[in-house]
Design a protein around this ligand. Sequence first.
Ligand code: IMP
Ligand code: MG
Length: 183
Amino acid sequence: MISDPKEFQSRIKRVLISEEEIKQKIAETGKQISEEYSGKPLLFISILNGSFVFMADLCRAVTIPCDISFMCAKSYYNGTSSCGEVTITMDVDRDISKYHVIIAEDIIDTGRTLSGVVEMLRERRPLSLKVITLLDKPARREVEFKADLSLFTIPDLFVIGYGLDCADTFRNLPYIAEYNEDK
Ligand code: IMP
Ligand code: MG
């Protein structure tokens, strides 16, 4: 972790997506979800750790009843196989077959984590399953994966803030920034 405030600041290259832009997109998304899922049993599954900030803001932009659950997934790429293996280090705390499920993710990069998670969750037969991601980096995709809704598409840059980390630091920045890899 970085504990020196000067180094912390020097690692923030530039703001890529401002607090205001994020707020506005989330408000639109919350409205859309509230209309689409009205009267349906809705469960959000937040993929930890990165999506905790996004989930906290998104659920407060939703005006209909919803449940929220958490899942922690790690993906490993085995060089000999064509598709990555996903390990669940913390599973959802309930039977999802009674719910319309929305997975909330921070970023889709290679696509390995979410394609594994979605495959696993589909086997549990939710009433429906959709994926919403805050960020999408399509240039880095290694397995085919498309979110049902992506709030922002970004170029191939390493980004930090608003829940996203670099070596566990920077999650508390209120905006999305490009990480400064120099020095
Ligand atoms: P994927 O399986 O490659 O799609 O992995 C997605 C995960 O990698 C995300 O949930 C993030 O935790 C992490 N990740 C990918 N790109 C970035 C980035 O630019 N900044 C921070 N974390 C990232
Ligand atoms: Mg993540």
